[in-house]
Design a protein around this ligand. Structure first.
Ligand SMILES: Cc1ncc(COP(=O)(O)O)c(C=O)c1O
Length: 232
């Protein structure tokens, strides 16, 4: 692509680095610059409209241009723009949200720890597992079993949980202590004539064998998506 000097595409190519992107294709075709959104629709800078089927990678599940969200953000920005939560600091919106999440979750005795992304959340889960097992005197219990093709994020630790080769190759991942068991994809991976129940039982058996061969005293957790997304 020969971008017009100072066009938004030329400014982009000169200054923005992307995650999960083919740079040759990006340099050849230029970026897709979105400028507007309304409900499930977004528009690029050429005026072309799209249905945004991924909901901003799940961040805009309520749609674009929602007045109530804009108003809530405006009011909060005017009241207290930001307060971190280190060292016991808190704020009412965090307490309200934690209560709401507890109400929605099946774990009524649990507490909520806020993060900034799914990758951050999964890194934090690994930290909690390590912290807890060190604190209770079980330093050997740290291994985590994930699944081939599972998707759990892109930071070093969460990309280790992710079971996709593209997230491992060239990054020296997965890190030690992360193991991957089989992909639960009956349609692609079942033996001829194998029922979903038999397939699920076979995979559960493989998971058990992995725990036993690693040593149950060294295995701290198993992580899996309820429904496979990126890897499906
Ligand atoms: C199941 C699952 N876990 C973790 C993540 C990572 O979340 P984030 O992109 O916010 O880091 C995603 C993102 O799509 C996900 O679908």
């Amino acid at each position: 692509m020969t971008a017009i000097p100072n066009s938004i595409e030329a400014r982009h190519i000169a200054s923005v680095l992307h995650p999960a992107t083919n740079f040759k294709a990006l340099n050849a075709d230029g970026p897709l610059v979105m400028t507007q959104g309304r409900g499930v629709f977004v528009k690029d800078n050429q005026g072309k409209e799209y249905i945004e089927g991924l909901a901003g990678l799940w961040c805009t599940s309520l749609g674009h241009g929602v007045k109530e969200l804009a108003e809530a953000a405006r009011q909060q920005m005017e009241t207290v723009a930001y307060t971190h939560m280190f060292g016991g600091r808190s704020h009412e919106p965090a307490i309200n949200l934690a209560e709401k999440l507890k109400e929605l979750s099946p774990l009524d005795t649990g507490k909520v720890l806020f993060g900034c992304s799914g990758s951050d959340a999964n890194d934090t889960q690994i930290k909690l597992i390590r912290y807890y097992n060190n604190a209770v005197g079980r330093p050997e219990k740290k291994k985590i079993i994930s699944r081939k093709k599972g998707y759990h994020g892109v930071t070093l630790a969460s990309a280790s949980l992710t079971g996709l080769p593209v997230n491992h190759a060239l990054f020296d991942l997965p890190m030690d202590g992360v193991l991957h068991t089989e992909t639960p994809h009956h349609y692609r991976n079942a033996e001829p004539g194998e029922s979903e129940e038999d397939y699920a039982a076979r995979l559960a058996g493989q998971l058990e064998e992995m725990i036993l061969s690693e040593g149950p005293e060294t295995v701290a957790a198993f992580i899996a998506e309820p429904v496979m997304g990126a890897g499906a």
